[in-house]
Design a protein around this ligand. Sequence first.
Ligand SMILES: [Zn+2]
Length: 320
Amino acid sequence: MIFLLRLIIPTGRAMTGLPLSSILLYDKIKTNEVIMNKAYEEITNKIIDQLKNGCVPWEQPWFGVRGARSYNTNKAYSFLNQLILGGEAGHYITWHQLNMLKGHLRKGSKGKRVFFWSTFDKAEENENGEKVIRKIPYLKTYTVFHVCDCEGLPQRWIPQDFTVKNNKPIESAEKIAKDFLDREKIELKHNNVNEAYYSVRYDYINLPPLERFNSPENYAAVLFHEMVHASGHKKRLNRFRVNDTSSPYGSPDYSREELVAEMGSSFLLKQVGIDNSRTLEQSAAYIQSWIAALKNDYSLIAIAASRAERAVEYILGTKE
Ligand SMILES: [Zn+2]
């Protein structure tokens, strides 16, 4: 980087006769226009990727998502960078900091790019001919590495727990869940504190613990979502295709199943009298993104709704 600047500056200076600081800034603006466009593209693609993987990155209703931090300052990264890093918690370090601390990178480890807003001062004249300084924002980008990919780094921060909330379980929701899970011998685990999923292969549900959610209603919504998935197992309503233990993410089958889970969860919330307006709003956004994936085939929504209804009857044990 320094080598590059040294090459550019003398030529530019000779050509324009501007003071060195302006050239540096001009160079910065030009480079950053290119970086900005690339940054937007990169950010958009990353978010689309996550959407395709069935994750709405800005709607994750538990706290683990703020888990990516700077090794240098121990500060949590911005929401945007958390999205880009895909919610992978832990400390991240730049190449420069890594070298300063005489650490090194494990073979084959790859960095990820994060973005920070910064400003520089630009001198301008206003309508009255007075000199004013305008702050011009631009995006700076850094490549960062997860500390687990680094060796020889001193233990700098004691891993701290994320925000926890004193959520009280909702009794009616707990009862529905317990009855269904006990009857069907489905284990509910809280092993992976950052993820909510149903394992088709091993027939269990994993959820972040209750205190990690921003409300007990959201916990119930996510638990119900996974329970609806579980109802599709071949020994139950057999919604998944033969040998289909892992429908490829983003495939129409997967999209349809996600719709079933979202709708079923909403029905169940209504059943226990939980105000699900917020959840429904999330579902609407969620469903909308899937509609696009499903090429606007609205009949699939109708199919998903009737499957969701069957799933709810099955979960509640009211199926005739
Ligand atoms: Zn799901």
